[in-house]
Design a protein around this ligand. Structure first.
Ligand code: ADP
Ligand code: MG
Length: 376
């Protein structure tokens, strides 16, 4: 049966006397009917809604985000991401998984009718700065739904015992209208293990989270992200139907990202080389360096983004050091050279430190001589 999801939610809202929920889901159904060229049915529903003041275009106040009862901080931020404003670069394997998730959510009626209904839940995990939060935005934008971002540290930083209540309020809020609920930085739950809290608190929070996920019963599109999947409670892990691991970007993803970030710039160096040099770096680090290089060009009134600037910043990030203006000591120059001998040639290094290539060559030799002396 078509539109079963919307009808179920409408019915649920009506039975609970939740008017705003009924209106929101009716509007969602109307939008869906329109997008499927079913204008007649859409008009019919629209006129019913209009009579009761709930049609699209009629001022409709969405329920306000619940706050922590102690700190009064909102438990979530509501975002309205647009697909055109999101540049997300992921390996094809990951992107395929995300697309599969999106199709399953879009076809949830058909899947339910076929006896293979889904719980639309996805857990994103991987190192910081790889695009987990951005992927959540991409998913919400693709579904045309608002994104409710709940920072788990806000949920749990409250006084003992409030956390379960916060979770309940948040899930309740999310279930009142079509949206994507995103539990970001789920690892903050690990904070409950510290000595300010008793161990029992963590257990209670885990149980509360499990209960809320179960009660949602697949009615909420639920996403979560963690940098530390291994410390996540296994029962929570199992509640998520999709597990997507986002690793540090491959060379081709790095290249695509840099290309897109520099698309409005005139450049006279090879992006491939920069992408190769940025090996092991996260998309967030790469983005921030490339954006800084554009700022540097503007502030210094230079005609082009500076290759030297980019190279310098990448070396600094990868080695975790601050590069001096003059040629560094032998061990350091050796370390730099070994990051990528093909990109960081004697000529490039010489240019970086305003010396000649043979000077760099001699400095590099000093390292091997020093080693030979210390070994012999
Ligand atoms: N895969 C990616 N594609 C494009 N930009 C990215 C990607 N990953 C990170 N970024 C950039 O870094 C910023 C932070 O990324 P974010 O999604 O918050 O990382 P995470 O949630 O994995 O820590 C983004 O706003 C974006 O500018
Ligand atoms: Mg994040």
């Amino acid at each position: 049966m078509q539109y079963l999801t919307e009808i179920t939610r409408l019915l649920d809202g009506a039975l609970k006397g939740d008017r705003s929920r009924v209106v929101d889901y009716a509007n969602q159904l109307i939008a869906k009917l329109r997008s499927e060229n079913n204008a007649k049915s859409a008009e019919r529903l629209q006129s019913v809604l209009a009579r009761s003041g709930g049609a699209i275009g009629v001022q409709h106040v969405s329920p306000s985000v619940p706050v922590d009862s102690e700190s009064r901080y909102p438990l979530a931020d509501e975002l309205h991401p647009k697909k055109s404003e999101i540049s997300l670069f992921l390996d094809d394997r990951i992107l395929d998984r995300v697309r599969e998730f999106l199709s399953q959510v879009e076809f949830s009626d058909e899947l339910l009718a076929a006896g293979v209904g889904i719980t639309p839940t996805m857990l994103l995990h991987g190192p910081p700065g790889t695009g987990k939060s951005l992927t959540a935005q991409y998913i919400a934008a693709s579904l045309g739904l608002p994104l409710l971002v709940a920072r788990v540290d806000t949920l749990v930083s409250s006084f003992l015992g409030s956390t379960s209540k916060n979770l309940r309020n948040l899930f309740e809020h999310a279930s009142r209208r079509p949206c994507v609920l995103f539990l970001d930085e789920l690892d903050a739950m690990g904070k409950l293990r510290d000595d300010q809290h008793e161990m029992g608190e963590l257990k209670r929070v885990v149980i509360a989270l499990l209960q809320n996920i179960d009660n949602a019963g697949g009615n909420i599109v639920l996403l979560a992200a963690t940098n530390h999947p291994h410390i996540l409670d296994r029962a929570i892990w199992r509640r998520f139907q999709f597990h997507v691991s986002i690793d540090l970007p491959s060379e081709s993803v790095r290249e695509e990202l840099i290309k897109s970030l520099l698309s409005g710039e005139s450049i006279s160096f090879s992006i491939t080389k920069i992408a190769a040099l940025a090996s092991g770096m996260s998309c967030a680090d790469i983005s921030s360096i490339v954006r800084d290089s554009i700022r540097h060009r503007v502030v210094n009134k230079e005609p082009e983004v500076c290759f030297r600037y980019l190279v310098r910043r990448i070396i600094e990030t990868r080695l975790g050091i601050h590069l001096p203006g003059e040629l560094p000591e032998p061990q350091v120059i050796q370390q730099i050279h070994l990051l990528n001998e093909k990109v960081l040639t004697l000529r490039v290094l010489a240019d970086l430190f305003n010396v000649s290539p043979p000077t760099v060559g001699r400095r590099l030799k000093e390292t091997s001589q020093a080693k030979a002396t210390s070994n012999g």
